[in-house]
Design a binder for this molecule. Structure first.
Ligand code: FES
Ligand code: FES
Length: 172
């Protein structure tokens, strides 16, 4: 095995010594890259607040990955995307705007996980459009296991569906 692990985060390349390969991705994001948008909560794979998107191989699709469970050593050559890869404060991504406009969150702690998982869904739809009647099941598949202790889930799923429908519309 090589003595360095190479990967990218939000399109910037990084290398980590293989000696530190057992570091959790969420710790690396927070402590080494100061990317604190990805949240840490349960630490056991239950809440999905720590979700990021990962492309494990060049032509592979983006997958949601729980950064509290993912160890750096399993991310060699991966492309990782965190919530910081979305819009900026003055130029929000459509899904961020939709969550704001639909009052989808209160404390916001779970929001990065919902945002990045929803982004994965939208990217999947761009590459593999589905019939609209399949959308609810897809939304459930991508964000149905994310936990929110404040607002519940209806306002999140409404906002995601609105943007997903717009995405499908633009592909017609
Ligand atoms: S922190 Fe809860 S699933 Fe990762
Ligand atoms: S908005 Fe507070 S946990 Fe979801």
């Amino acid at each position: 095995m090589s003595d360095v692990i190479k990967f990218s985060v939000n399109n910037k390349k990084y290398e980590v010594s293989a000696e530190n390969g057992d570091m959790r991705l969420v710790d690396y994001l927070h402590e080494e890259l100061n990317l604190t948008g990805t949240k840490f909560s349960c630490g056991i794979g239950a809440c999905r607040a720590c979700t990021v998107l990962v492309k494990y191989e060049q032509d592979a699709p983006l997958e949601t990955t729980l950064s509290c469970l993912a160890e750096i050593e399993n991310l060699n050559d991966a492309e990782i995307f965190t919530v910081e890869s979305l819009g900026t404060e003055n130029n929000l991504a459509p899904i961020q705007k939709a969550f704001l406009e639909n009052f989808s969150f209160q404390c916001g702690y779970c929001t990065p996980g919902f945002l990045i998982a929803a982004t994965g869904l939208l990217e999947r739809l761009k590459n593999n459009p589905v019939n609209e009647h399949k959308l609810d099941a897809m939304i459930d598949e991508w964000v149905g296991s994310n936990l929110c202790r404040c607002t519940g889930y209806v306002r999140y799923t409404e906002a995601i569906k609105r943007i997903a429908l717009k995405t499908l519309e633009t592909l017609k």
